[in-house]
Design a protein around this ligand. Structure first.
Ligand code: 8X3
Length: 262
């Protein structure tokens, strides 16, 4: 039986587009009060309007750069001033940059940015919110991992490394919070058609489009459905991990394009 989000506050990072936006909207639909953050606050306007249309209440929306401790602390104190509590933290902010092999030509700035966003960003948010999630009496950390956290692929050494780290951190949190009123989940999608590949290829839209050519990739809403499912289980049910892939993806190397296995 699904439990409503009424009376509960959910934070979604990286909420201005794609999976983050779909998660924020999905949680608003089942009654959660939303706090949404993204690096460029003006990009949160659309999601804020959509949430207000669905719920009648404007979400708390503010600039949030998870790579910047000051920004993280300002965002969290803004959420607490606004709502007075936090029940759910969805650590969605994350990115892949490049497909460099680990050799002399690799772009170390890309590596640093992925590590700082996907790993340290998630940790910065989680570390500061754990006490409030416990205090809520009904807390939930939902980390957005990836199939890249289950299987490495050439060119994905560092991106996969960050997602393996997310999986390890999720597992450790599950142990550390055992006996406390905080659930810990990881939702791990495969190929999802969002701005993900455009960001990965530094704005090269043609190259990004080729990733999904002939496939039926997951949509952001498919991932959001899983997050909403996890967040609306009765309190004694912890969805530890969900892995979802397109019907056209068997693993990170094998996909079917136009129905033909490649
Ligand atoms: C996204 C999945 O396979 O593009 O996290 O790395 S993949």
């Amino acid at each position: 039986m699904a439990i409503s989000g009424e009376g509960k506050v959910a934070i979604v990072t990286g909420a201005s587009a794609g999976i983050g936006q779909a998660i924020a909207v999905g949680l608003a639909r089942v009654g959660f009060s939303l706090a949404v953050g993204a690096r460029r606050k003006e990009r949160l306007d659309d999601v804020s309007k959509e949430i207000e249309r669905i719920s009648g209440a404007r979400p708390y929306a503010a600039a949030l750069d998870v790579t910047d401790t000051t920004s993280v602390e300002r965002f969290i104190s803004g959420v607490l001033d606004h709502y007075g509590k936090v029940n759910v933290l969805v650590n969605n902010a994350g990115k892949a940059l490049g497909l460099d092999h680990i050799d002399a030509s690799a772009n170390e700035d890309d590596w640093q940015e992925m590590l700082d966003t996907n790993v340290m960003g998630l940790l910065r948010m989680t570390k500061r919110l754990v006490p409030y999630l416990i205090e809520s009496g009904d807390g939930h950390i939902i980390n957005i991992g990836s199939t890249a956290g289950h299987e490495a692929y050439a060119g994905g050494g560092v991106y996969c490394g960050t997602k393996f780290a997310v999986r390890a951190i999720t597992g450790a949190l599950r142990q550390e919070l055992l006996g406390k009123p905080v659930r810990v989940s990881s939702i791990d999608p495969g190929m999802v058609e969002t701005e993900f590949s455009i960001v990965r290829f530094h704005g090269d839209e043609d190259r990004a489009a080729k990733v999904y050519e002939g496939l039926r990739p997951l949509r952001a809403e498919d991932v959001a459905d899983c997050v909403v499912f996890a967040a609306t289980r009765p309190f004694h049910v912890n969805i530890d991990e969900m892995i979802l892939k397109s019907i056209d993806q068997a693993d990170s190397r094998r996909v079917a394009r136009h129905g033909q296995p490649s």
